[in-house]
Design a protein around this ligand. Structure first.
Ligand SMILES: [Fe+2]
Ligand SMILES: [Fe+2]
Length: 363
């Protein structure tokens, strides 16, 4: 028989009601009326602090890449709609999230291929991982894309992706707020009536709205900033991508940043409300997430679940390392839910399980 008192806490101010035959009969009566006693669930639905269902995961590109490429011979973009292998967090399979309420996947296209134009209520971004000739068309603006370029498809915009016929196979990371929009029960999806859209503006013209953030100027700006600041003890030299019209985040629900860890840099640990997906844009190193060490190389992707301690380290003594990140901080901040706290023990560094033992947690 079900127990109704499994979330009891013997703490003043918390629900602490033991089941009795009389109470259980009462709870059963309430069930029949689609009602329930709050004290049977209060300690579960109001945890003392955020308890993320997401698991820290590192997706190694060298493991995933060949499987992503395999999909090219298995399905066409026409069949699949979008040919994407998505990152499936073991704690979030029910909502197809990579972490928290964020979705992410790796999309692959061969030269000459093009996915049909569509639009949806979810906001999307893509970060180019490899290949030559990739492009995205957003509301008639065509943008050519190279590795480490970052492009936006704000919610409601018509968009399609492809690779020029004289290009090479291209892989990019998609990032969307699909799970969040679904949780809010506000998701619409439409396929363009003509299946493809016309390019009605000069190629790469999109300064307003700014839809493409190129790697070259981004990296240059980071290097310049690194000369003038010590950066954050938790993030190194970090720059947010911003919407130039507002100075705010790139989209209402998704923020994005590029951060540089200088040679030998090892940040202190902190934790934040919000979910984070990182892609290693340059270099190699490791991050300690929730007390576990994850070693990363270029193109690896890893997640930091909400309210989980994390710190990052550059393994190189001579080269910088750069991490691209997208997150739901704009949501946290707009809803007044943002908090952060440093790790106070052990000089600000988590005691972690040794390198190598992360294998069981990696995707
Ligand atoms: Fe889309
Ligand atoms: Fe952080």
């Amino acid at each position: 028989m079900d127990r109704f008192d499994r979330y009891r806490e013997d703490v003043p101010g918390r629900a602490n009601v033991a089941d009795t035959p009389e109470l259980v009969a009462y709870y059963r009566d309430l069930e029949r009326l689609n009602a329930a006693a709050l004290w049977t669930v209060a300690n579960r639905i109001e945890p003392w602090e955020p308890a993320s269902a997401s698991v820290p995961v590192l997706w190694r590109y060298k493991d995933l890449r060949e499987h992503v490429l395999r999909s090219v011979s298995l399905v066409t973009p026409e069949q699949a709609g979008r040919r994407v292998i998505y990152l499936d967090n073991p704690g979030r399979r029910d909502v197809s999230a990579a972490v928290g309420w964020l979705y992410s996947g790796l999309q692959v296209m061969d030269p000459g291929e093009c996915a049909s134009t569509h639009r949806h209520s979810a906001a999307a971004l893509r970060f180019i991982m490899e290949g030559r000739g990739a492009y995205t068309i957003v509301d008639g603006h065509k943008m050519t894309l190279g590795p480490n370029d970052f492009v936006l498809t704000p919610n409601g915009t018509w968009h399609e992706h492809g690779v020029d016929a004289d290009g090479t196979p291209c892989i990019w990371q998609d990032g969307l707020d699909i799970p969040l929009v679904n949780a809010l029960e506000a998701n619409f999806y439409e396929v363009h009536p003509d299946l493809h859209q016309a390019v009605i503006h000069p190629v790469d013209d999109s300064k307003t709205p700014l839809l493409k953030y190129e790697w070259g100027p981004t990296y240059e700006a980071l290097q310049r900033l690194a000369k003038t600041t010590d950066g954050s003890p938790f993030d190194g030299v970090l720059m947010d991508y911003v919407n130039p019209a507002t100075g705010g985040p790139v989209m209402p629900t998704i923020g994005a940043s590029m951060q540089m860890l200088r040679p030998g840099e090892h940040t202190k640990a902190h934790r934040q409300t919000g979910s984070f997906l990182y892609q290693v844009a340059k270099g190699s190193g490791f991050s300690v997430i929730g007390g576990k060490r994850f070693d990363w190389n270029e193109r690896d992707i890893f997640c930091v679940p909400s309210w989980t301690f994390h710190e990052h380290a550059n393994a190189s003594a001579t080269d910088d390392a750069c991490l691209f990140c997208f997150n739901d901080l704009p949501v946290m901040k707009a809803l007044s839910l943002y908090r952060e706290a440093p790790y106070r023990e052990n000089g600000g560094h988590q005691r972690c399980t040794p390198a190598g033992s992360e294998a069981s947690a990696s995707g």
